[in-house]
Design a protein around this ligand. Structure first.
Ligand code: ASP
Length: 593
């Protein structure tokens, strides 16, 4: 029943024909999007990567052409030859690039058929994502997804061109390697040749790119897959792509300025203009004003510090927080006095989920403060709160009194929730901000040890070196993140290039000398052979693409993504393997489920 393509050669993509082609003969190949039978005339929308072309089959045409058109169904694959003509008066479709023209088909070859589809190949069809992922090849036929992949390709090309033009060399680094300490769990691969030994898939090429600087490559980049076995959130995938770069003989400003140029190029591929230099916030400012280290600066609702004003307050919760080294902070929600009991309960629930013991609130009304805590506050305190927050009649004040970390997180999260609820976040704006001066260490209460905030190869600020022994939590790192609309799209640092400082940092992190040698001995050794000062950054390509394309999910910009549970529904991976394979790898499965 099917015909061969034979010697037919496609003359153009369906979506490329325009009024300029009227009168020409063309040969098109593609998929049947839709068939409309108008009594005599049959219309077929033929689709390929470039778009849709209307084909017309007339009963008067030669041979079996018209009859063949009758038998066409959705997603049949056909080749047609015919002439391009103007659509009759009043039938042009301004929504299509080919909307002025149609093809009068003279010959057809049906190259393949298709089973009835699990869903229509249409952009606005409302299909469960699990079905879309199982039939990803059909999902990817939808123009919106194809366009996202095309744009992703353009962004990768622009990235490569820009970095190459700026002296960066793309070098591939191994996928079967040793654990890299980016703080996530590793994916492990058992080695057949060394029984009981495992490779780790790289969480990033961090160690290799530093070693490439030792090797004298000077400027490295790679568009590279990284693997982290983490619990997945909406904007995470177990394997994801980084634009990874490293430079020798540079300081932070050098890295930032080259990378701002890259960001201009990437966004201009999507027709978006961005204007560096981007504003800067230190980590302390970001957390102090927005509660988080990835602030969405498209809207206000900033946190206000009331600790000083409320130390000694008659309201015990405030006084306790202020006198025990914590903070009292607030946000002032303009117009928030109209929030219902339920709204306030919701917000209290959110606050509790981020560790708050409660949520004190004040509605500023014509009649004064309406609030369960008003009676505990002196007029002076109320006045201080009003002047610091700028609260007016109609506003709502929300307070957090706790350890700084808890109070900031709670108000930072409430700020985002309220920003969304009240429509305060301008969807079309792109607001970049560099966050700098991160702390070097954090203290892990459960493990009772210091951990690296970035990774253990990040250099401490020179002026904070002395604090390493006395006040490690105050040591700032030469680390920087680029945040866009509240999403961390990139992060990097100037590295430690001296083995003595590297060893000291490992010691601070509780990594013993033997352990350091076993895990990163090759790096420590490399550092001892004339390592240049160096630093770099990595951008999350998937996240950038999902912001650029305004996708709801990062999965929409990845051809073959995994589900929230880390599964590939199309190939059905991960899956069980043969006992023979396990035996070869000397692996025994302890618990089968
Ligand atoms: N390797 C780091 C990361 O994946 C980026 C960097 O420090 O360059 O986050």
């Amino acid at each position: 029943m099917f015909e061969k393509m034979g010697d037919w050669k496609r003359t153009s993509y369906c979506g490329e024909l325009t009024a300029a082609d009227i009168g020409k003969n063309a040969c098109l190949m593609g998929w049947v999007q839709r068939r409309r039978d108008h009594g005599g005339l049959i219309f077929i929308d033929l689709r390929d990567r470039a778009g849709i072309m209307q084909l017309v089959f007339s009963p008067e045409s030669q041979g079996n052409v018209h009859e063949a058109a009758h038998g066409l169904r959705s997603e049949f694959v056909v080749a047609v030859k015919g002439s391009v003509r103007r659509r009759p008066e009043g039938t042009a479709n301004p929504n299509l690039s080919t909307g002025q023209v149609e093809m009068d088909v003279q010959e057809i070859r049906i190259l393949n058929d298709s089973e009835p589809l699990p869903f229509m190949i249409e952009d606005d069809s409302d299909v469960a994502e699990t079905t879309r992922l199982k039939y990803r090849y059909l999902d990817l036929r939808r123009p919106s997804l194809q366009n996202k992949l095309v744009l992703r390709h353009k962004v990768s090309m622009a990235t490569r061109n820009y970095l190459a033009d700026n002296g960066f060399i793309e070098v591939e680094t191994p996928v079967l390697t040793k654990s890299t300490p980016e703080g996530a769990r590793d994916f492990l691969v058992p080695s057949r040749l060394s029984p009981g030994h495992f490779f780790a898939l790289p969480q990033s090429p961090q160690l290799f790119k530093q070693i490439l600087m030792v090797a004298g490559m000077d400027r490295y980049f790679q568009v590279v897959k990284c693997f982290r076995d983490e619990d997945l959130r909406a904007d995470r995938q177990p394997e994801f792509t980084q634009i990874d770069a490293e430079m020798s003989f540079v300081d932070r400003e050098d890295v930032i300025s080259v990378m701002e140029g890259l960001i201009i190029k990437i966004f201009s591929e999507a027709g978006l203009t961005v204007n560096p230099p981007f504003p800067r916030l230190t980590y302390a400012e970001a957390v102090g004003r927005f509660g988080v280290d990835n602030p969405d600066v498209r809207f206000g609702l900033e946190l206000v510090d009331l600790t000083k004003a409320l130390a000694g307050s008659g309201f015990k919760v405030f006084n306790d927080a202020a006198s025990k080294g914590g903070v009292v902070k607030a946000i002032c929600v303009s117009g928030g006095a109209s929030f219902s009991r339920k709204d306030l309960d919701d917000l209290t629930g959110i606050a509790a989920s981020f560790g708050a013991k409660g949520l004190a609130w004040v509605k500023v009304t014509e009649e004064g403060w309406q609030s369960p805590i008003a009676k505990f506050l002196l007029d002076d305190e109320k006045n201080a709160i009003t002047s610091a927050t700028g609260a007016k009649v109609g506003d709502l004040l929300l307070f957090a009194a706790d350890k700084a970390a808890v109070a900031n997180t709670v108000l930072g999260r409430l700020r985002l929730n309220i920003g969304g609820r009240l429509g305060l976040i301008p969807k079309d704006e792109l607001k970049f901000v560099w966050v700098t001066d991160f702390p070097m260490f954090d203290y892990d209460e459960t493990e009772k040890r210091h951990v690296a905030v970035h990774h253990p190869f990040t250099a401490p600020m020179d002026e904070d070196l002395e604090l390493m022994d006395t006040a490690p939590l105050q040591v700032r790192a030469k680390a920087y993140d680029l945040v866009l609309n509240g999403s961390e799209i990139g992060g990097g640092s100037i590295r430690i290039h001296r083995s003595d400082i590297q060893e000291k940092v490992f010691a601070m992190l509780g990594i013993q000398k033997e352990e350091a040698m076993e895990r990163f001995g090759f790096l420590l050794e490399a550092l001892s052979f004339g390592t240049p000062p160096h630093g770099g950054i990595a951008f999350g390509l998937d996240r950038i693409m999902s912001i650029i394309t305004k996708s709801d999910s990062i999965r929409d910009v990845i051809a073959f993504p995994k589900t929230q549970k880390g599964a590939d529904l199309m190939t059905d991976a991960p899956s069980v393997v043969d006992q023979k394979q396990l035996d070869e790898l000397f692996v025994r499965v302890a618990k089968k489920v």
